[in-house]
Design a protein around this ligand. Structure first.
Ligand code: ADP
Ligand code: MG
Length: 254
């Protein structure tokens, strides 16, 4: 679902991310970890053509689309519908005066999902919406609420439900739990894990939270100053880090 080779992202003269190889298959979760400014978000955003003003070289394929060659229109098509971006503060992206259900219906319409072509979803958009909300373990009554009436964890799960409703195959999550209370972080992680296992979504997770990463990722890339300093199976990297920087990150864990 994601295939990256020899990626290099520059802003002006400065190389901010260099990733020789990054693959995420169906049902897999790969995590990028590293301190702030190490190039994690830049790498993630480059996968959907959202690094404005950057010079990018290398190869990026996402859902079969050659991202660096694709037209802006083609990129817009895959963003949202096939590739969902889950960011740090979902509430900020929700319009405060629009009920969640109205918002979801609009997004579905915008992407041409009305539930009538889906076969399995004979009940139309309402059915698609209810299914998506249930998939993230939210009460469907939440669709009648306004964004300020829900918690951060619910907002994050709603953002993920939008992706499900649209039929996303890939989730790109950038620090999806770091703005949340510890108590609700687990809810979001649980939902992400289930989507991967039950729906076979491919997931790229950016996080500085190694505890989170250890519970969900199959493979890990460790970045520092724009370079991948270590990568491999999550269990191995976290149990026997070979790079001093990875050891430092692990030692910083509470
Ligand atoms: P991380 O997500 O690991 O914290 P980022 O990918 O956001 O790191 O940033 C990596 C580096 O790239 C930082 O030094 C940042 O200042 C720089 N950078 C990010 N976006 C831009 C931009 N639009 N223009 C110039 N520099 C940028
Ligand atoms: Mg970042």
């Amino acid at each position: 679902m994601i295939e990256v080779r020899d990626l290099q992202v520059r802003y002006g003269e400065r190389v901010v991310a260099r990733v020789p190889e990054l693959d995420v298959g169906e049902g897999e979760c790969v995590a990028i970890v590293g301190e702030s400014g190490s190039g994690k978000s830049t790498t993630l955003l480059s996968l959907v053509g959202l690094t404005e003003g950057a010079d990018i070289s290398g190869h990026i394929r996402v859902c079969g689309v050659d991202v660096l060659q694709a037209s802006p229109r083609r990129l817009r098509e895959i963003r949202g519908a096939r590739v969902a971006l889950v960011m740090q503060s979902p509430q900020a992206a929700l319009s405060p005066t629009t009920r969640l259900g109205v918002l979801m219906r609009r997004v579905l319409k915008l992407h041409g999902v009305d539930g009538r072509n889906g076969g399995a979803s004979r009940g139309g958009a309402a059915r698609v919406m209810a299914e998506a909300v249930e998939a993230v373990m939210l009460d469907p009554a939440i669709l009648r609420r306004y964004p300020h009436e829900i918690s951060g964890g619910q907002a994050q799960r709603f953002a993920i439900a939008l992706a499900i409703a649209l039929g996303a195959e890939v989730i790109l999550a950038d620090e999806p739990t770091s703005a949340l209370d510890v108590t609700v972080q687990a809810e979001v992680v649980g939902v992400l894990r289930e989507l991967r296992e039950e729906r076979g979504l491919a997931m790229l997770l950016v996080s500085h939270d190694l505890a989170l990463v250890s519970t969900i990722a199959d493979r890990v890339l460790v970045m520092k100053d724009g370079e991948v300093v270590e990568s491999g199976p999550a269990a191995e990297v976290l149990a026997r880090p070979s790079h001093p920087y990875t050891r430092e990150l692990l030692e910083a864990l509470p």
